[in-house]
Design a protein around this ligand. Structure first.
Ligand code: TNX
Length: 535
């Protein structure tokens, strides 16, 4: 039955092509990013009205919302005839999110096994529209057949809003670009030492006190998202087929929260005051569980990221914490890492009572968390053993190694602000493009429990929107292609050609981006006090 549907569909395509006198031609550039698995360009064109797109399939009409918004079609052309896109869900064994798109003489058909696939097909159409030529108010597209499927299911982008806060409008713009690039997971780092950024009704001091300050100005007035803002952004993301994963970092990176509720601080370590929650105080667990219960009601993804990274920075304080010594004695623990793991296991126990999954940075793989319900973010490229341990234990793993997937790293050797690894290594747009083939992760990326990849933007050095854009663009397009396109299909020249066309779209959208072909077009956006720079 499934085969039959596909067969009929193909016959339909072939018949239509014969009617339109098809033949092959490679004359046109198809500037799609990420590039589809299979593109056939045929003779002839597809001519569409420059008018809103709609579908006869009422159940699927919601899918077109993002498309029409992005095209600005609804407002401009409310009286002109509507343009039909034929959307169909057909049963198929294809990978989740895959689709087929065919442009006919006056129509476009998108077929997929699920709504995510239809959405991906619509985004492809959107990219075709954006670069279509306009003749007498008609959009002229190439005549083509596309079969497409994602390489990885998790194609993520992470934004740290604790170190600097960017706000609703900027986040929505980023979600638009993510959707445009078929990125489908937004990991939102909402708490860290410099600021707590999400309203929690039960603990108002988290935002009124913990929301104050940022990485460059500890006296800045409180900035954060209200729960209403969060709901609005979650809905916005949903319309774009993006799932949001909130992160509340623990037991380290907790200074903003312990500033608000000092009673729950694990103590002061040299240079890291109040960096951890107190692992020996039962109240800590009640408090964090209450916080995460509220978080759970706001984010339908059912995945809560508990952080778990770099606890070592603050762990020295635990040596002077009498409660910790008692806890260790009572549980026969011999070192502080065991306390760290105890903390994470205890939090996992409570969180998994109301959340389907949890997620942690890769330090947590040795904490023995429930494997089938824990996702791991592997970020420490200098700890391949941690990746191997995560895989062999059977965790679901998202690859986000600093090299080459951290966007707070500079993207050119001449750039002065932002991180470099071992003083020389940085992340060029082509380094991201070639991931995971250029990484030790290449050996394992075929494993089924590697579910995808993610680019992370930490914002210690990101004081302005201009700098935010400069670090993200054009690397978001490389990230998108790394997440979608097979390694064997990658080709620098071909990618560069397509990227140049996308730079024009950034110009139109007033994006301040790094232009690898003309580095002087936009000088490095620094705008940051020296204090924020790192090596
Ligand atoms: C490490 S990645 C961190 C962040 C910093 C980042 C800077 C991770 C889990 N922790 O707290 O912002 O390096 O690159």
């Amino acid at each position: 039955m499934i085969q039959m549907n596909k067969f009929l569909f193909k016959m339909y395509v072939i018949a239509a092509l014969m009617l339109s006198g098809a033949g092959y031609s490679n004359a046109q550039n198809i500037n799609l990013i990420p590039y589809p698995s299979h593109v056939e360009i045929l003779k002839g064109t597809c001519v569409l009205n420059n008018s809103p797109v709609f579908t006869n399939n009422k159940e699927l009409s919601g899918l077109l919302f993002f498309f029409n918004e992005e095209m600005g079609l609804q407002q401009k052309n409310s009286h002109s005839p509507k343009q039909v896109v034929d959307l169909k869900i057909l049963p198929s064994p294809d990978v989740y999110g895959s689709y087929e798109l065919v442009t006919f003489e006056k129509q476009v058909a998108i077929t997929a096994a699920d709504s995510a696939g239809l959405f991906n097909g619509l985004v492809t159409l959107l990219q075709l529209y954006k670069s279509a030529s306009l003749q007498n108010d008609k959009l002229v597209l190439p005549h083509l057949v596309i079969h497409d499927q994602p390489r990885f299911g998790w194609r993520g982008f992470m934004l740290d809003e604790s170190r600097h806060f960017f706000g609703k409008q900027t986040v929505k713009e980023l979600l638009d670009w993510m959707a445009f690039y078929k990125l489908n997971r937004f990991h939102w780092h909402l708490s860290d030492s410099q600021g707590w950024r999400i309203e929690i009704k039960k603990y108002p001091l988290l935002t009124s006190v913990g929301g104050k300050g940022n990485f460059t100005d500890s006296l800045a007035s409180a900035t954060y998202y209200t729960q209403e803002d969060i709901r609005e952004i979650v809905d916005y993301a949903k319309d774009r087929f993006i799932t949001i994963i909130p992160e509340i970092d623990m037991p380290g990176h907790a200074t903003a929260a312990t500033r608000a509720y000092p009673i729950l601080s694990g103590g002061d370590a040299p240079n890291y005051p109040g960096f951890t929650f107190d692992p020996a105080n039962d109240e800590t667990y009640t408090y964090l569980t209450n916080i995460l219960k509220e978080i759970r009601t706001l984010f339908p993804s059912g995945i809560i990221h508990l952080g778990g990274d770099e606890v070592a920075f603050g762990i020295a304080a635990w040596k002077n914490n009498a409660g910790v010594s008692k806890l260790m004695a009572a549980n026969q623990m011999t070192d502080l890492t065991q306390v760290e793991h105890y903390f994470l296991r205890r939090m996992a126990d409570s969180v998994l009572k109301f959340s389907n999954y949890l997620m942690c940075w890769d330090e947590a793989v040795s904490a023995d968390l429930p494997v089938s319900r824990t996702y791991v973010s592997w970020w420490r490229q200098n700890h391949p053993e941690s990746l191997n341990e995560a895989i062999s234990k059977g965790y679901q793993v998202v690859l986000c190694p600093r090299l080459p997937l951290y966007l707070d790293f500079v993207q050119d050797s001449t750039h002065r602000s932002g991180r470099k690894w071992e003083k020389t290594k940085f992340n060029s747009y082509l380094d991201l493009y070639h991931f995971p083939e250029n990484s030790i992760a290449a050996d394992v990326s075929g494993k089924t429990n590697i579910i995808g990849l993610q680019g992370n933007l930490w914002t210690e050095t990101v004081i302005s929107k201009k700098r935010l854009q400069y670090l993200i663009f054009p690397r978001m397009s490389s990230l998108a292609e790394a997440g979608w396109t097979a390694g064997s299909a990658k080709n620098d020249d071909q990618f560069n050609t397509r990227l140049k066309a996308h730079l024009l779209l950034y110009d139109k959208a007033n994006i301040y981006y790094y232009n690898p072909f003309r580095p002087d077009q936009h000088p490095e956006a620094i705008d940051v006090k020296k204090k924020g720079d790192q090596d």
